[in-house]
Structures are given as C-alpha cells and as structure tokens.
Design a protein around this ligand. Structure first.
Ligand code: KG4
Ligand code: ZN
Length: 362
C-alpha cells in the first residue's frame, strides 16, 4: 500500500509517500525557520499563512517522485493534532481535497504517534534494523517531552511527561537568553561541546525522583538568573560553560528516566526520537548508559527524528491496515493525552463535526 502523508502541525509543511512496510518513496519538508527566526519562536498566524502557500507545491513534489503519480497513491494520512489549529487545518483540508477527488481512504494521525513510529521508516538499504515490540521511546522535541511503552502500532502507553517546558523549548529559551538565535538547540549543542560542565552550578530537576516525569522550566530560569546576575560582558568560553552545564543536566535526567522506564517495564530496547534526539550530548550519554545496562539503543536518522510527513504516512498506514478510515468529517485538535491508534480513531470520531457522505460520482 502506498500512502501519501501530509504534516502541517507547526512550522514545517511536509508531504511524503511511504509504503506500509516503512519504505520511504519520497519525503519533502519545507521549513519555516527563517520566517519565525526574527520573532524568537513560531508565530501561529504566520505559520498558517505559509502553510497555505507551501502545501500544494510540497505535495506535488512528493507525488512527482512516485512512478504513476497520483494514480499510484492508495490512501491519504494527515496530522490532525496535536498542534496549532490554524496550521493543522491547512494540511487536513488539502488531504480531504485529495481524498475526495480521488475517492481514497483518509486517516488522521496523532503527531506524537508519528514520532513514536518513525523508527520503522526505511530510507536506504543501509538503515539499521528497527526494534522489535515492545520498546520504550523517549520523545524529545520542541513541543513534547515524554516517555512511552510502545507495544504495537495500536497499543501505546504514556509513562510520564514534562510538567512544564519541553526539552527543546528549554534549549530554545536558553539560546535566546544567551543571544544565540532561533532555533537554539543545535547552537547550544555546538557550544556545549567546547565548554566545561562543572563551572556553572545549575539544578538537575526531578533527578533521583522515582516519577518518570520531567521539569525543565526551573533549570531554564536558573540559567536566565545566572546570566542576568553577570555584570560583565560574557565571552564565548563562559557561554560554552553555561551551555555545557545546562545540556548535561537536561540530557542526564532524560537518560536516567528513560533507563528507569526500561528497567521498570523490563523492556531492554530504547528509541530516541524528536528533534532533540539530534543532540550529540544526549546520543553519547544514552549510548554509554545503554551499553552499561544491556539496553539496545535505536536512534533514527535526523530526517526521521525532526518533523516530517513520512512518519505520518507510516503511522497512518498502520491504521489503514486495521481497516480504519476517518472520511471527510475528520477534524483537528490542539491538545490530547497520548493514546493508542485505536483510541486515536475513537478520538478522531469524537472530534468529527459530522460524517459527510462522499458525493457519488466524484
Ligand atoms: O521535533 P522537532 O523538529 O519539532 C517539534 O515537533 O518540536 O524539534 C525541534 C526542537 C527545537 O526545539 C530544536 O531546538 C531542537 O528540537 N533541536 C535540538 C537539536 N536539534 C534540534 N535540541 C538540542 N540539540 C540539538 N542538536
Ligand atoms: Zn514533532
């Protein structure tokens, strides 16, 4: 089965065509980073307007790589939440138009489930084998930070999440305080590799606590207070030390809790996913700790970790295999508790304004 996936939940307009076995046929991502950078974060209204401009060319490009073009597509999957409602609506309306005009099944995909299943995408024959079920997943992005046990595409359980800021959000805010620009994660990562993490005293939030929950807002505020208290102009070496201490405190808590989850559930497989999974400090510490504890570590390639539509197409294909079809009444949602694919279908039904009959002869 060939599935066209569409993603527009935040600041990436993306479309991809993926086979239900995870093979990526095409994967197109149009990033709005430059558009939002002057504001230091995503501006929802600007994001929605940019999605309107980008969605058709991005879909056309993704489908043009498929032998047979639109004729070869068997179904459409689209992110219908969580995310910015104005942004989500653009992708969902485009998906409905395609499903209607070609009489194709249409499924909504929870963006978080897309991230959790991204490890099954096959981009080349050299890709390492994906994990077997069940596995523990640490999802760390700009909008979410949580731990899950993934038992099958339709059986997922959230084990804990952040009480406040997402890890990526904390990286972005610390970068802003240091004047490093947006998005800050990669910049903090680079500087951290040159710094000494023991020079700046910062808290390790909820470290050592039994809960599988996170909290990054206090750590972010501690950095802001430290920077505000420094009267002298800060040189790059000093900023590198701050980044190193901040990053170490974030990633060590992430790794500790992820391994605690593996232990508690007796699941010796850990998947890192989301944009922050690109962080070199996180990858290195997770590799070291997993090796020491006999846990197998899986980190998808960067293109699968960050927001993309291939993961949406794949997650959608797993719903389609179960015979699910949301039809043209599919609606969007901004926030949701994490759930399984079957629960996701129930939620999609709940959010449907009405199930519109498919016009005959179209
Ligand atoms: O998954 P993603 O592309 O979009 C969301 O769904 O949020 O994640 C983006 C986040 C941003 O906060 C960005 O700063 C962070 O991932 N990020 C990083 C790194 N690369 C991206 N954070 C830390 N280190 C990195 N190397
Ligand atoms: Zn995401």
């Amino acid at each position: 089965m060939l599935v066209l996936g569409i993603e527009s939940s935040c600041d990436e307009t993306a479309a991809a065509v993926v086979r239900s076995d995870g093979r990526v046929v095409s994967d197109v991502v149009s990033s709005q980073v430059a558009l939002h950078a002057p504001f230091g974060g995503v501006v929802p209204e600007l994001a929605a307007r940019a999605h309107i401009d980008n969605v058709v060319p991005v879909i056309e490009q993704a489908v043009s790589c498929v032998p047979g073009g639109f004729q070869a597509i068997d179904a459409v999957a689209v992110t219908n939440g969580p995310g910015l409602v104005g942004a989500l609506l653009i992708g969902v309306q485009a998906a409905k138009a395609i499903a209607l005009s070609r009489d194709l099944p249409l499924v909504g995909v929870n963006h978080l489930i897309g991230h959790l299943l991204a490890v099954f995408l096959r981009r080349s024959d050299q890709d390492p084998a994906p994990p077997s079920y069940p596995f523990i997943a640490l999802l760390v992005s700009g909008g979410h930070t949580a731990l899950y046990e993934v038992r099958s595409p339709s059986d997922l359980e959230q084990l804990g999440q952040t009480r406040d800021d997402a890890a990526g959000e904390a990286f972005d805010k610390v970068a802003k305080v240091l004047g490093l620009g947006y998005p800050g994660g990669p910049k903090v990562d680079k500087l951290a590799s040159q710094g000494n993490r023991t020079r700046v005293p910062l808290p390790r939030p909820l470290a050592g606590k039994r809960e599988l929950e996170f909290s990054f807002s206090g750590l972010k505020t501690a950095v802001a207070q430290y920077v505000a208290a420094e009267s002298a102009q800060m040189d790059e070496a000093h900023m590198a030390d701050i980044c190193a201490a901040f990053q170490h405190n974030v990633v060590s808590v992430l790794v500790d809790k992820a391994l605690a989850a593996c232990e508690r559930r007796s699941v010796p497989r850990l998947v890192l996913t989301g944009g922050v999974a690109a962080n070199r400090g996180l990858r290195a510490l997770a590799a070291e700790a997993c090796q020491a504890r006999g846990v197998e570590l899986f980190v998808p390639p960067f293109a699968s970790c960050t927001d993309n539509a291939a993961m949406i197409a794949y997650a959608g294909s797993q719903r389609l295999i179960l015979g699910e079809d949301d039809g043209l009444g599919l609606s969007v949602f901004s926030r949701s508790p994490i759930l399984g694919v079957s629960a996701q279908a129930a939620e999609a039904r709940r959010f449907k304004s009405s199930r519109m009959p498919r016009p005959s002869g179209v």
